[in-house]
Design a protein. Structure first.
Length: 266
């Protein structure tokens, strides 16, 4: 009798996999059929108008570098909006996150209430917030900052609270065994352990804010997005290309700096 340990082959479910892929493909096709209420995808229009898109792409590939000085002020405003929103959301998200996580808030009523509010905040699109806030407080950076603030809080509370729920919390059990209150345990054990998570998400939303602010400018919420929408409206795609390149450069720079900071935090 052989002494080698025989490992049974992993069961294969080819039929189930094929059925799942087929069902997904059928649903996708059905969603594209207008006869049964699907989305009307006019591929013929894309073929007929491809030259129009090619002309626009050609203009975008020829950036007008003389336009750069005019973009510096709006780009600085965008960075200010992104930084202020990220900093304020970092402060507000700490207590909200501790209230939304089960290990740091055993009270089910308050925990579910905070999660429900955060889910509602996350469910509303950014452009809807920006449109309403522009109507309330006027055109400028303020509605953009408020929109980014709501967006950042929704992301940070959601992601960090789920990370806290999934982590091992033996240090909190030790605090309870020592007779500490929930507030003391959160302040002395949970918060120091989760600060790297908060810092990581703060850097992430700072990067997102720069990109999102370019979209918010379309409805008048300040930043370089207003200039982008203005030049697009005049079909000045060479100027639009410069703005896109600047946004790309800023986002890449923030990502590089974020990675350097993350290495020091981990």
């Amino acid at each position: 009798m052989s002494s080698e340990l025989l490992v049974p082959e992993r069961p294969r479910h080819h039929l189930r996999m094929v059925a799942g892929v087929g069902a997904f493909a059928a649903f996708t096709v059905a969603a594209c059929l207008p006869a049964i209420g699907g989305v009307a995808l006019d591929f013929g229009s894309i073929v007929d108008n491809w030259r129009n898109g090619a002309d626009k792409m050609l203009q975008l590939l020829q950036p007008n570098l003389a336009f750069v000085p005019r973009t510096l002020g709006p780009m600085l405003e965008t960075l200010q909006m992104a930084l202020v929103a990220a900093a304020v959301s970092a402060l507000l998200s700490v207590p909200l996150t501790l209230w939304a996580a089960q290990p740091t808030n055993p009270n089910g009523l308050t925990r579910r209430s905070v999660r429900a509010v955060v889910n509602v905040v996350r469910a509303v699109p950014d452009l809807v917030y920006a449109t309403v806030l522009v109507a309330m407080v006027g055109v400028g950076a303020l509605p953009g900052v408020l929109t980014l603030l709501l967006f950042d809080i929704g992301i940070m509370v959601k992601l960090v609270s789920e990370s806290i729920d999934a982590a091992d919390h033996r240090y909190m059990e030790a605090g309870r065994a020592a007779g500490g209150s929930q507030g003391q345990i959160n302040r002395l054990t949970a918060l120091p352990q989760t600060l790297p998570l908060f810092a990581n998400q703060w850097l992430y939303v700072l990067e997102l804010n720069v990109r999102i602010s370019a979209i918010l400018g379309i409805v008048g919420a300040g930043g370089v997005g207003r200039l982008l929408d203005e030049r697009r409206a005049f079909y000045a795609y060479a100027d639009v290309s410069v703005i896109i390149l600047e946004i790309l450069a800023v986002v890449v720079l923030i990502e590089v700096l974020s990675n350097l900071l993350r290495r020091r935090l981990v």
